[in-house]
Design a protein around this ligand. Structure first.
Ligand SMILES: *[C@@H]1O[C@H](CO)[C@@H](O)[C@H](O)[C@H]1NC(C)=O
Ligand SMILES: *[C@@H]1O[C@H](CO)[C@@H](O)[C@H](O)[C@H]1NC(C)=O
Ligand SMILES: *[C@@H]1O[C@H](CO)[C@@H](O)[C@H](O)[C@H]1NC(C)=O
Ligand SMILES: *[C@@H]1O[C@H](CO)[C@@H](O)[C@H](O)[C@H]1NC(C)=O
Ligand SMILES: *[C@@H]1O[C@H](CO)[C@@H](O)[C@H](O)[C@H]1NC(C)=O
Ligand SMILES: *[C@@H]1O[C@H](CO)[C@@H](O)[C@H](O)[C@H]1NC(C)=O
Ligand SMILES: *[C@@H]1O[C@H](CO)[C@@H](O)[C@H](O)[C@H]1NC(C)=O
Ligand SMILES: *[C@@H]1O[C@H](CO)[C@@H](O)[C@H](O)[C@H]1NC(C)=O
Ligand SMILES: *[C@@H]1O[C@H](CO)[C@@H](O)[C@H](O)[C@H]1NC(C)=O
Length: 498
């Protein structure tokens, strides 16, 4: 009889895992470790029950939350009381193959394959003037990845990347910082002239339900990693990738220039009733010349967020479900640092059952928001379709028992962060309640250069919609027929007619 230990040693010697990379010229071709003969042999060895998942926040150095950090107040859409339509919706996965090792309860943890070393090896061998091809199959990622020194590389992904969820402490302790609000990421990609293509076949599975359960509605749980961050990248293309159940935000674009992200499909939505806040589709920050096109996103938080120091951002042909849809902000959270957002176009956007459609949210901070266009936005069942607030996340009542987003706000008139030259053109659809527009600009820095045309928003249950506005310069010639003021205390999320 072969002993399992001997088999393990033999298989490692005879069939080393490194056979999974084949290098031909400047091209690295990678096969999942678990598909190599060595791995198949390893898998047949042991039958040890899995260790308990490391899900106890008490063991965790990061268990203290930081209320008031950007986005920590959820703004996910709320179901109608008594409606079950937006929870427990099945998450469709594009493939039938098993996505995680949880599917094999007898697999011992220590024998679980880890493709991270060979993925990193492929990046170091072929990440400059080269091509990296990930063949079909499932790649298990059990370690953080920092691939930020790339140059003239084509990354072609035909398989599934699954991020492990049996040691969340590992990810929380080791994910890379991305500066913004103390957030972290599991994978940073950067350098120059990078194309990452998934051909509609690449699937990134972050095991997000485990993270949603751990966070228990506290979206900004420290160390909860962004799936993929473009970090100090120039001339970057990301195309044709599907995400299912990302750990936190699906993507983030920071300190980057000329980034194009097209044909992406993202679904991260809790299946068990815990809210899936902070699962944004993407956020841009300290970046310029960004093109986002042809996305479908269902996420429970902002779909596309344009954050501080973003310039020249063009977003088109995006369909968002259960989200905050198109968002400028949140910005201005750090009173010592100005945030500038300029030259942003959102066009040909659809928002379904979402909290907002065209939204600008700032803290009472410094900087400016200038030259923004929302054009051809159609939506159905959106809580507050057009919403502008100068005092996001400034609740008077920080009691955690207050339902998310229903607080009233303070310092709304002290913000020195002007919002100007914003156009809303051809904005049509249904609001959940009787409010089409809520705009509260700061009295200290009134909004200027607001223009509205072809706004047609009807409450889904009939009647006419209110248009609430405060502190808009030249309001009479803005094209908007305001029906009344919008108090600073106007809630971020409505829960009924006002
Ligand atoms: C980019 O890399 C390819 C090899 O993948 C090489 O043929 C080409 O010359 C490189 N381009 C530049 C500008 O160096
Ligand atoms: C989880 O990761 C932490 C941090 O890297 C490590 O110290 C610990 O041994 C790991 N636990 C298990 C059960 O793998
Ligand atoms: C921007 O990046 C794309 C690749 O995504 C590249 O084709 C294009 O030349 C770059 N534009 C500039 C101005 O460098
Ligand atoms: C967007 O999708 C449409 C329809 O599938 C396709 O024709 C178009 O080429 C895509 N645009 C980009 C930039 O990939
Ligand atoms: C935004 O850019 C300004 C000016 O370049 C800089 O002072 C500020 O620190 C930046 N803000 C952030 C949050 O990085
Ligand atoms: C406003 O933004 C648009 C789109 O990015 C750009 O084409 C235009 O030049 C900008 N206008 C000004 C005055 O900067
Ligand atoms: C947006 O839709 C309009 C009207 O259908 C069309 O003319 C325009 O080309 C579209 N823009 C983009 C960037 O797809
Ligand atoms: C208005 O937007 C809708 C989509 O939301 C689009 O179908 C229509 O062509 C747009 N109208 C004009 C005049 O661009
Ligand atoms: C918030 O609290 C301040 C001081 O406690 C009070 O003056 C203000 O009216 C409150 N604002 C709202 C919107 O309730």
């Amino acid at each position: 009889m072969w002993s399992p230990a001997l088999l393990l040693v033999l298989s490692a010697i005879i069939l080393p895992a490194s056979t999974a990379i084949v290098k031909e010229g400047s091209t690295c071709i990678v096969t999942p470790i678990s598909d190599t003969p060595a791995a198949v042999a390893l898998r047949s060895i042991g039958a040890v029950p899995p260790t308990e998942r490391d899900l106890n926040p008490e063991d965790n150095p990061y268990s203290v939350s930081k209320p008031g950090m950007p986005g920590s107040l959820g703004h996910y859409p709320r179901p109608e009381p008594g409606s079950s339509s937006f929870q427990n919706q099945p998450i469709s996965r594009p493939r039938s193959q098993p996505l995680t090792l949880k599917d094999n309860p007898l697999e011992p943890r220590q024998n679980r394959p880890d493709d991270t070393p060979q993925i990193l090896s492929a990046f170091s061998q072929c990440g400059k003037d080269g091509t990296i091809i990930f063949r079909e199959g499932t790649y298990h990622i059990r370690q953080v990845m920092d691939t930020t020194d790339l140059r003239n590389v084509s990354i072609e992904i035909h398989g599934t990347f699954v991020w492990s969820d049996d040691n969340l402490s590992y990810w929380r302790q080791n994910s890379f910082g991305v500066t913004y609000a103390g957030r972290q990421t599991a994978w940073r990609i950067g350098g120059r002239d990078i194309a990452m293509r998934g051909f509609g076949k690449a699937l990134f599975d972050g095991n997000g339900q485990t993270w949603i359960d751990l966070a228990r509605g506290q979206g900004n749980l420290n160390g909860r990693p962004i799936s993929l961050t473009v970090w100090h990248g120039t001339n970057v293309l990301i195309d044709g990738i599907t995400w299912r159940m990302a750990q936190f935000w699906h993507t983030f674009i920071a300190y980057s220039q000329n980034v194009t992200m097209t044909n992406l499909d993202m679904v991260t939505f809790s299946t068990n009733g815990q809210s899936s806040v902070n699962t944004d589709g993407t956020n841009t920050w300290n970046s310029r010349d960004i093109t986002i096109s042809n996305w479908t996103v269902k996420c429970g938080d902002d779909c596309i967020g344009v954050k501080g120091n973003s310039t020249n951002v063009h977003v088109s042909n995006v369909v968002c479900h259960e989200s905050g849809a198109m968002t400028i902000g949140s910005i201005g959270s750090n009173s010592g640092q100005p945030d500038y957002v300029e030259n942003v176009v959102f066009e040909n956007i659809t928002a379904v059952h979402s909290s907002n459609a065209a939204w600008i949210k700032t803290y009472p901070g410094t900087g400016h928001v200038r030259n923004i266009t929302f054009r051809n936005i159609q939506f159905e069942d959106v809580n507050q379709p057009i919403y502008v607030t100068s005092c996001i996340c400034q609740p008077n009542n920080t009691n955690n028992n207050t339902p998310l987003g229903t607080d009233s706000y303070q310092n709304c008139d002290s913000s020195r962060l002007p919002i100007s030259d914003v156009r809303w053109e051809n904005i049509t659809g249904t609001s959940r309640y009787n409010v089409a527009v809520g705009i509260h600009c700061s009295a200290s820095a009134p909004c200027d250069g607001f223009h509205f045309s072809n706004i047609d928003i009807k409450p889904k249950n009939g009647g006419t919609a209110k248009v609430l506005c405060s502190n808009i310069k030249n309001q009479a010639s803005s094209g908007l027929q305001c029906t009344g003021p919008c108090p600073g205390s106007h809630p971020q999320q409505l829960s009924g007619n006002v």
